[in-house]
Ligand binder design. Structure first.
Ligand code: CA
Ligand code: CA
Length: 302
């Protein structure tokens, strides 16, 4: 079994692969929390962190045979988390920063429950950062782009398949930033940040035009998009889902629009509402449609 323990801080065509895997081969990614283990107590000060070590992604993994123009399907077989996680609020960041202090909280995670103050709630481990390298300038693992990255979708969890556009030979897959739990929006900029072990296997879909990452659940397809603000991210998501529906169902743009208007889901991944100038740094959304037995899948099986 291939096990990966090296980290990168960019999605870049210039990152050297640390391992090579075949399609269908199971691979384990050992991941660090988004603070790169710099916070181990509630006294550790956020202000003193080295933010050049934010959001480490484990990898990159070279998938043999993956070529630009393909799509990499990454089946999430399991996500196991450590026994404690970290939440933090930051001065000046997030939609509620005006009435929040800077604070660090260490949360115990045990038997599938997360202990918060005088309550507990279920752990639902999800992968915040997952992507393949782009063919342009490097993208920070703290950012999100059309190749994936810091999408922070709480539904990227055990049992789903994530489809990522391949832009460089071998795809160069990396992932990290697991949360034991995260709410839609991740309003204070952190979920329950935690070390984890992720087990995946991959499949290559040849020559398919995919422009943003997709998450496939038991019942739905979701496209994940990022924009400098919510409006921009949502617009990209609607447009890509419309295009995929037209392609798979043989409908024109207007019918695809009407269908989305009747059946789409629109959910936030990360929506902290900070002002941003670049799309990569902004908010992320997912636009979903139900899987239909009477129609082909919106991404071919490969
Ligand atoms: Ca994140
Ligand atoms: Ca995070």
């Amino acid at each position: 079994m291939i096990e990966l323990k090296n980290y990168v801080y960019t999605f870049s065509k210039d990152n050297k692969p640390i391992a090579f895997a075949k399609e269908g081969e199971e691979v384990i990614f050992h991941t660090l929390d988004c603070f790169c283990q710099q916070i181990r107590s509630e006294d550790d000060k956020i202000e003193e962190l080295d933010f050049s070590k934010a959001n480490p992604a484990t990898g990159p993994l070279y998938i043999e045979g993956a070529r630009p123009g393909d799509v990499l399907a990454v089946e999430i077989l399991d996500v196991e988390v450590a026994k404690s996680g970290v939440m933090a609020t930051f001065k000046g960041l997030g939609a509620l920063h005006k009435n929040c202090e800077t604070r660090t909280k260490i949360l115990k995670v045990e038997d599938g429950q997360i202990y918060f103050n005088d309550i507990s709630f279920p752990a639902v481990p999800m992968i915040g950062v997952i992507g393949c390298a782009g063919d342009g300038e490097p993208v920070q693992t703290s950012d999100s782009f059309s190749g994936g990255g810091n999408m922070d979708s709480r539904i990227i969890t055990k049992g789903v398949t994530v489809y990522l556009p391949v832009r460089v030979p071998g795809a160069l897959l990396a992932m990290g930033d697991v949360h034991a739990a995260m709410g839609d929006g991740e309003v204070c900029e952190t979920g329950v940040e935690i070390d984890a072990t992720i087990r995946v296997k991959t499949r290559i879909i040849r020559d398919f035009d995919l422009r943003w990452p997709i998450t496939e659940t038991d019942d739905f397809w979701f496209v994940n998009t990022t924009g400098k603000n919510c409006d921009v991210a949502i617009q990209y998501g609607y447009e890509e889902m419309q295009r995929l529906i037209m392609n798979a169902y043989g409908w024109d743009a207007t019918d695809a629009c009407m269908y989305l208007s009747a059946q789409a889901r629109l959910e936030s991944n990360q929506a902290c509402l900070n002002p941003h100038e670049k799309d990569e740094e902004g908010d992320t959304f997912r636009v979903g449609v139900p899987k239909l037995k009477s129609k082909p899948p919106i991404i071919p099986e490969g």
